[in-house]
Design a protein. Structure first.
Length: 151
């Protein structure tokens, strides 16, 4: 399965770093920037998360809620959030349900080694649950991602 522009996403997205269910309906009237990233504590993912943190007020001011997703454990997310003072929830998708449903899980390659992983992708979800925009892996600039969301 893979979601596309115009598709509706489910209400229940997953469990956050505290084991709390994250639901789209918890953010009534807000647009959601659902961003998928490969791994906690890595340089690119830290740059992206910190850019979103540093611009979080600007995103909130125009009605956005940021939610991060990776296949890391809740414990890893708790450390990542604490170390970087992240103000938004991080969904722990250890069973790969969300990454597979959104079509962002697949074969990657680094230094000639092939492995399965998450493609850095952001979905903009309207208040009615419909996807209005997808920022693809090759388009994402980790150090300036908030500005891309605000475009």
């Amino acid at each position: 399965m893979s979601y596309a522009i115009g598709d509706f996403v489910p209400d229940v997205l997953g469990l956050d770093e505290n084991g709390k269910e994250v639901k789209r309906s918890d953010y009534q009237g807000k647009r959601i920037a659902l961003y998928f990233y490969p791994k906690d504590m890595t340089s690119g993912c830290t740059a992206q998360a910190c850019n979103l943190r540093d611009n979080y007020t600007d995103l909130e001011d125009v009605g956005f809620q940021v939610i991060g997703v990776s296949v890391d454990s809740a414990a890893s997310h708790l450390k990542f959030k604490a170390k970087n003072s992240l103000p938004f929830p991080l969904i722990s998708d250890t069973d790969h349900k969300l990454v597979e449903d959104f079509g962002v899980w697949g074969e990657k390659s680094m230094y000639g080694r092939k492995y399965m992983g998450t493609f850095r992708t952001t979905f903009i979800i309207e208040p009615d649950g419909r996807i209005s925009r997808i920022i693809l892996p090759k388009q994402i600039k980790t150090s300036n991602h908030a500005a891309q969301i605000l475009e």
